[in-house]
Design a protein around this ligand. Structure first.
Ligand code: IPE
Ligand code: IPE
Ligand code: MG
Length: 266
């Protein structure tokens, strides 16, 4: 334990008393390789404060920053954040426009942090339906970070889990060019998903208490440990993230077998 505390202090910089207490329970050698997050509850956070919903989205960017930086410093291999679903187009036009603008602003503002932490960026989803400016900025962010070798940060944007599986199947059919071929395998399908080359998430976090997956990474979360917290996304800070990691380490992952070789680990 003393060993992991030393490691954490170095990696995370100054920690609060609350964080230090949680860190005592965390084994930094057994963190999830891939963490996926459904960042939910921005609207409710704002409503509670009698603010417009978009104020919640703005406040939520701070939680994204903290989560990204903490995961990168802890040497998590992959972090995937659900930013906009294919179903979110059902929202009022003004809220959608705000979200798209906020994302562009965010990418510009956070690029130094992304580069400083050696993070490689990806975007998961259908780019074609996004506004031109957003597509341009996401392309630039990917190009600017393509040479980085640290954590892979994926932003799910205009993302749908079913759409992803359909897109993968169509990509496989296109490769075959009408020539039939052998039966599709799980490995082949995985390779054609937006998440190709990423390990499946070990831990899926959802904020704001909703017990559903809302079309997120349907294929990839087959054996993810799910952590749902009542905390609303803008209130999700470093202590809450560390708590989720401690909870993950207490899980017994059996993968359909009967005796767990060990508790949740890489
Ligand atoms: C999550 O917060 C952000 C997005 C879906 C873009 P919500 O906007 O869904 O907030 P609630 O769920 O209405 O509180
Ligand atoms: C899921 O949240 C999508 C994102 C976080 C981007 P929603 O707020 O859209 O999900 P539902 O509608 O509550 O299922
Ligand atoms: Mg929501």
């Amino acid at each position: 334990m003393a060993h992991s505390l030393e490691l954490s202090a170095a990696a995370l910089g100054p920690v609060t008393a609350e964080e230090s207490h949680i860190l005592e329970k965390l084994d930094l050698e057994r963190l999830p390789r891939h963490i996926a997050v459904i960042m939910d509850g921005n609207g409710r956070w704002a409503q509670k404060r009698h603010l417009p919903r978009v104020a919640g989205h703005r406040a939520g960017t701070q939680s994204a920053r903290t989560t990204i930086e903490t995961c990168a410093r802890l040497k998590v291999e992959a972090l995937t954040l659900y930013a906009f679903s294919v179903e979110n187009w059902r929202r009022p036009k003004a809220e959608i426009e705000f979200l798209m603008q906020l994302l562009r602003e965010y990418l510009r503002k956070e690029m130094p942090l992304i580069q400083r932490n050696n993070i490689r960026m990806r975007f998961l989803g259908r780019p074609d339906e996004l506004p031109d400016g957003v597509r341009k900025d996401t392309r630039e962010a990917m190009e600017a970070t393509a040479g980085n070798t640290g954590m892979v940060l994926s932003i799910a944007l205009n993302y749908g889990g079913r759409a992803e599986i359909v897109d993968a199947m169509n990509a496989i059919l296109a490769e075959r060019n009408g020539h039939g071929g052998a039966a599709v395998t799980e490995e082949q399908l995985s390779r054609h998903l937006y998440t190709a080359n990423l390990p499946d998430p070990d831990l899926l976090i959802r904020t704001s208490g909703e017990m559903r997956v809302s079309n997120f990474l349907l294929w990839q979360i087959a054996y993810a440990e799910i952590f749902v917290t009542e905390t609303l996304w803008p209130d999700f800070n470093r202590a809450r993230l560390l708590e989720a990691l401690v909870d993950f380490q207490g899980r017994e992952r059996r993968y359909g077998g009967i005796d767990a070789p060990k508790t949740a680990a890489r």
